[in-house]
Design a protein around this ligand. Sequence first.
Ligand code: WQD
Length: 385
Amino acid sequence: MSPKGSTILVTGGCGYVGSHTVLSLLESGYKVVVLDNLSNTSNGGTDAAATNTPEALKRIQEILSIDEPIPFYPVDIVDKPSLIKVFEAHPDISAVIHCAGLKSVGESGRRPLDYYNVNIAGTVYLLQVMEDFNVRRIVFSSSATVYGDPPVIPIPETSPIVASMSPYGRTKVFLEHIIRDLCVASSVKQKEYEKEQADKGAKVEIDYRWSAMLLRYFNPAGAHPSGIMGEDPQGIPNNLMPYLAQVAVGNLEKLTVFGNDYPTKDGTCIRDYLHVVDCADGHVAALEKIERDESEGKFECKAYNLGVGTGCSVLDMVRAFSKAVGRDLPYEISGRRAGDVPNLTADPSLANKELNWKAVKTLDQMCEDLWRWQRNNPNGFRTQK
Ligand code: WQD
């Protein structure tokens, strides 16, 4: 049971979704511990190890007007001894929101072993350490990419998951299976333990069962409305909206639209872009679902789509962001990008109903918030304030 006010470990808590999730947790009354290897965010030129407070967490403190530093550990999830030290230092950790991992579709094709090592082995080490410290609640960062090229749009959670898209996508599929297997095994173990205790006339003192929420993100985009926190990708962004934002601030010349010959309304791919703050709130909602379920003796492993339920094409997004920026952003059409599928639009009704969560921010808000962040921080956290 992780009642409000208990401590949640957020792995990858300095990353884009992770940092917004840390903020949402703190705003919802949870205590947070953050672990991140800082491979995909900058520290604004400061040395995290020296200051022990990465820039992303400093911005969260500023937004919340809190002086107390957020407990942070510059740890890589493949470093199991260091993972153990974090749990030893925080025996009040009651659940983990697991966002840490490598996340580039294209890069994963070039570095598959790194992706399997970090995403798969790293997550297995995390699950092992959680088990050893009796922390058996996880909210896992999965992805719509697990649906491959789905047969039905909008996509329900019952749509088959396929390990065909990329090594990155395969890590998400494998991890969903790994977590599901763990949950099933834990229920069997609990039944055997309870029978042993009953045969001995002893009390049941441990609950070995796991609860897991597998959150299939569609396309998180935008930034916190404060304008001081947002996506801070290292190098040239792979994803559409951070790339477009860099074009808007003049760091990149123009957007390359990867193909306009798809079977869609304007030939460009359709995606379900959800505001990153809505996405972050979805993690808190998932945690609260676990708390509700376990208070009723239910221990589940279940996948939920985090999406709006509305598809936007690449050109729709160029238009929407150009409107926020106040000028037409330049782009050119090129060939298709390997691995892209025509349409990934969520059916979010299961999350709406069972997580009591719904994406509420509009496309205009997403674009306005992204523009406010990017124009204030043209070089992300490296922009000196
Ligand atoms: C969206 C659309 C591109 C860049 C992937 C992963 C998902 C998540 C997000 C990690 C596509 C087009 C993009 C550009 C373009 N991963 N595009 N020019 O591919 O839907 O999802 O990234 O967070 O798990 O699967 O997102 O933003 O890369 O692309 O035309 O410079 O924009 O072809 O149609 P995607 P994306």
